[in-house]
Design a protein around this ligand. Structure first.
Ligand SMILES: C[S@@+](CC[C@H](N)C(=O)[O-])C[C@H]1O[C@@H](n2cnc3c(N)ncnc32)[C@H](O)[C@@H]1O
Length: 364
C-alpha cells in the first residue's frame, strides 16, 4: 500500500467518506507522498508526455513571447520570470536559452518557481542551476514585482469538486470504502452555501447533469491577475480544456503508462487531471481588473509565434532521422488532431498593455 493510500484510508475511517476533490488534492498535491512527489511521471518510461518534453520549440517560443511582453511593457529592470508546476524544468530551461537574445532580459528577470513536489524541486535545481531559481509553495508567496509567468499543465492538476445535479440540488461525488476494503464512489449533499457560488450558467442544469467546479483554479488566476494589475506583466496559461458555458460533464481521468487507469485504483501511482474550463478563469482575471485573452487553440498560438520557422531552422542540416523526429514533434504540438486544438492558451495582461504575443485581437 502506498503512503498516500494509507493517509486516504485513515481519513475515510475517521470521517466516513472523502470528497473526490480532497482525494485528487491528496493524490496529486501531497508534497511528500503525492503522485508528483513519488512517481516519475514524464516521458516514454513514465506516464505521459507534455509539450515542453516533446520539443525545445515549445519552451523557446514561450520564452520569446514573455520576453516580448516584457519589452512591450517598458523592460522593467527588476521583474520575475515565474513558472507554476515546472515539472523537470525543461520549459524554463528552453525559455531562458531563447531569452538570451532579448537585450536586457536575462539580467532583469529573476526565476521563481511554484512547485509542490520536493522530488521535482530537486530535479529543477539541477536543470536550472545556472538560473539560481527561488521556489515557492503557492503563487501567493511569489514576491510583488512585474510578473511574466507561464503555467503549462498546472491548472488541470488542481482538484475540482465533481458535482451531480439531483432534482433542484447539487450533490458532491465522494470516495468511500466497501465491505471488501476497496475504494468505491459515493455521493453527499453539497454543504450549504456551495450551490450559491456555482457559475450562473449551471442554474439550468437538468437532473443527473455533472459539473466540475474548480474554485482553486479561479483563485490561482485571480491572484496572478491581481499581481499583474498592480505591477504589470503577462501570464500564459496553457492546458487541455474547452471554453465551456455550463456544467461540462465528468472529465476526471487517471493516466498510467500512457493509458487510462481506474481513478480509485492504487492512488498515487497514476496522474489525475480534469479538463480546464476556461470561461470562469477569464471571468476571474477580468474581475481582478486585468485584460484576459483567448483561449486560443495551442496550434494557432504557436503558429502565430513562428513555430514553423523555428522547426524549419532546427531541421536545417540535420540528418534524415532527426528531421523525421522534428516533423513528428511539430505535428504533435500543432496539429488539430493532436495537441493543437485540445490544448488552449489564455493570457492575462494589464488592461493598458499591448496584446500579448500570439494574441492579435483585443480581448473580449
Ligand atoms: C503535469 S505536470 C506539468 C509539468 C510541466 N509544466 C510540463 O509542462 O512538463 C504538473 C506540475 O505541477 C506540479 N503541481 C501539481 N499540483 C501542484 C500544486 N497544488 N502546487 C504546486 N505544484 C503543483 C507538479 O508537481 C508538476 O510539476
Amino acid at each position: 500500500m502506498t503512503a498516500i493510500e494509507r493517509l486516504i484510508r485513515d481519513e475515510i475511517a475517521r470521517d466516513g467518506f472523502m470528497t473526490l476533490q480532497r482525494y485528487v488534492a491528496l493524490v496529486t498535491g501531497h508534497p511528500v507522498h503525492g503522485y508528483y512527489a513519488s512517481a516519475e511521471p514524464f516521458g516514454r518510461a513514465g506516464d505521459f508526455v507534455t509539450a515542453p518534453e516533446i520539443s525545445q520549440v515549445f519552451g523557446e517560443l514561450i520564452g520569446l513571447a514573455l520576453g516580448q511582453a516584457w519589452a512591450d511593457q517598458g523592460s522593467p529592470a527588476r521583474a520575475l520570470l515565474a513558472e507554476l508546476g515546472p515539472g523537470r524544468g525543461t520549459l524554463m530551461r528552453d525559455a531562458l536559452r531563447a531569452l538570451r537574445i532579448v537585450p536586457g532580459a536575462p539580467a532583469a528577470l529573476a526565476v521563481h518557481l511554484v512547485e509542490a513536489s520536493a522530488r521535482l524541486r530537486a530535479i529543477q535545481a539541477e536543470t536550472l542551476a545556472d538560473a539560481a531559481p527561488v521556489w515557492h509553495t503557492a503563487i501567493g508567496d511569489v514576491p510583488d514585482a512585474p510578473l511574466f509567468l507561464i503555467a503549462n499543465e498546472f491548472l488541470d492538476a488542481l482538484p475540482a469538486h465533481v458535482l451531480v445535479r439531483r432534482g433542484a440540488d447539487w450533490h458532491e461525488r465522494t470516495v468511500t470504502v466497501d465491505g471488501t476494503g476497496a475504494f468505491v464512489p459515493g455521493e453527499t449533499p453539497c454543504p450549504s452555501g456551495m450551490a450559491a457560488r456555482l457559475p450562473a450558467s449551471w442554474g439550468a442544469a437538468t437532473d443527473g447533469a455533472i459539473g466540475e467546479w474548480a474554485p482553486l483554479r479561479a483563485e490561482a488566476v485571480a491572484t496572478i491577475a491581481g499581481r499583474i494589475v498592480r505591477h504589470g506583466g503577462c501570464a500564459l496559461l496553457i492546458d487541455y480544456g474547452a471554453a465551456a458555458s455550463g456544467p461540462a460533464g465528468d472529465t476526471l481521468q487517471a493516466v498510467r503508462a500512457h493509458r487510462p487507469w481506474p481513478i480509485l485504483a492504487e492512488p498515487g501511482t497514476a496522474d489525475l487531471t480534469s479538463q480546464v474550463d476556461f470561461a470562469p478563469l477569464l471571468d476571474a482575471a477580468r474581475a481582478a481588473g486585468a485584460a484576459a485573452w483567448g483561449p486560443l487553440p495551442q496550434g494557432t498560438f504557436l503558429l502565430a509565434l513562428g513555430a514553423e520557422a523555428r522547426f524549419d531552422a532546427l531541421a536545417h542540416s540535420k540528418d534524415a532521422d532527426a528531421v523525421v523526429a522534428l516533423v513528428r514533434a511539430r505535428r504533435r504540438l500543432l496539429h488539430p488532431a493532436a495537441m493543437g486544438e485540445a490544448f488552449k492558451v489564455m493570457a492575462i495582461t494589464p488592461r493598458t498593455a499591448p496584446p500579448p504575443p500570439g494574441f492579435a485581437h483585443p480581448p473580449a
